[in-house]
Ligand binder design. Structure first.
Ligand code: GRG
Length: 278
């Protein structure tokens, strides 16, 4: 299966319009596809066929891309560069970028509802997607992030990361557990593992913003421009690096301990993410 082609095919199914082309522009700009990979490898760890997760993997990447498009808008971070290209509102215009984000978010649910899996599991997966992306999930994290003030400490920052970043990394792990017929407590355990990966991932993002150039990262560093509090500004670089390493190790250990799950490939993916440079 070629995931990039599958994403393109999903966009082809939409009525031709400027909004559709902006959706395609941002979706197919070459992201790392971490969330779909988490879903596919978690399914594999349970001995399931990754094809069963494809509509949910496409949905995840559409929701993630919508969040990036909206996060880059002038009303939010006001960024010019994303995934190595001009941001959606720079390439098109603000109204089109808002619509492209709206289109990706809603079309994600069209994709998920078309999945060829039993209705009960499908509804559970759709409900996980909605909860993790919505006002009790990623949108809540973004809301907290927008409200940041000078009283921010590391606990407050951790909460932002849990929702803004962790939720959309937990969703694929939780959906894989549902598709693999795991009970609710196991699904919830994967939620926690995703939170740990999310915190590590976000601390790493803060570290990379300091160590790498926007050209290398393919995105603007608006945290510095917007004087945002980050894990590096609060902890210092050395402590942030130690924290990141220990969080990734913790998540790997937890994955290896999940009962009935062959964790090697998922752990390999996490180790690959832990050494990413963008
Ligand atoms: C607008 C509702 C709304 C939410 C925005 C995603 C987001 C929330 C903000 C973007 C800024 C940011 C630092 C988010 C944390 C998550 C994160 C590190 C996103 C980047 O994910 P990658 O590295 O990106 O997986 P690619 O481009 O590789 O897919």
């Amino acid at each position: 299966m070629n995931f990039e082609e599958e994403l393109n095919r999903a966009i082809d199914q939409i009525t031709d319009s400027r909004t559709r082309e902006a959706m395609r522009y941002s979706l197919l700009a070459g992201g790392k596809r971490i969330r779909p990979s988490l879903l596919f490898l978690a399914l594999k760890g349970y001995g399931k066929d990754e094809a069963e997760g494809l509509p949910f993997a496409i949905a995840l990447e559409m929701i993630h891309t919508y969040s990036l498009i909206h996060d880059d808008l002038p009303a939010m971070d006001n960024d010019d560069l994303r995934r190595g290209r001009p941001t959606c509102h720079r390439q098109f215009d603000e109204a089109t970028a808002i619509l492209a984000g709206d289109g990706l978010l809603t079309y994600a649910f069209t994709m998920a509802s078309g999945a060829d899996v039993p209705a009960e599991k499908k509804v559970k997966c759709i409900s996980i997607l909605a909860e993790m992306a919505g006002p009790d999930g990623m949108v809540y994290g973004q809301t907290l992030d927008m409200a940041e003030d000078s009283t921010y400490d590391f606990e407050a920052l951790k909460k932002v990361h849990k929702y803004k970043t962790g939720c959309l990394l937990s969703a694929p792990l939780m959906m894989a557990a549902v598709l693999a017929d795991q009970e609710d407590a196991v699904v919830e355990h994967w939620h926690e593992i995703g939170d740990t990966i999310g915190l590590a991932f976000q601390v790493q993002d803060d570290i990379l913003d300091v160590l790498e150039t926007p050209e290398q990262l393919g995105k603007s560093n608006s945290d510095e421009r917007n004087e945002k509090v980050t894990s590096v500004s609060l902890l210092g670089l050395d402590k942030a690096e130690q924290l990141m390493d220990s969080l990734y190790e913790e998540s790997e250990k937890e994955i290896e301990e999940v009962r009935g799950f062959e964790g090697k490939e998922l752990v390999d993916l996490i180790q690959g993410i832990a050494t990413r440079k963008k």
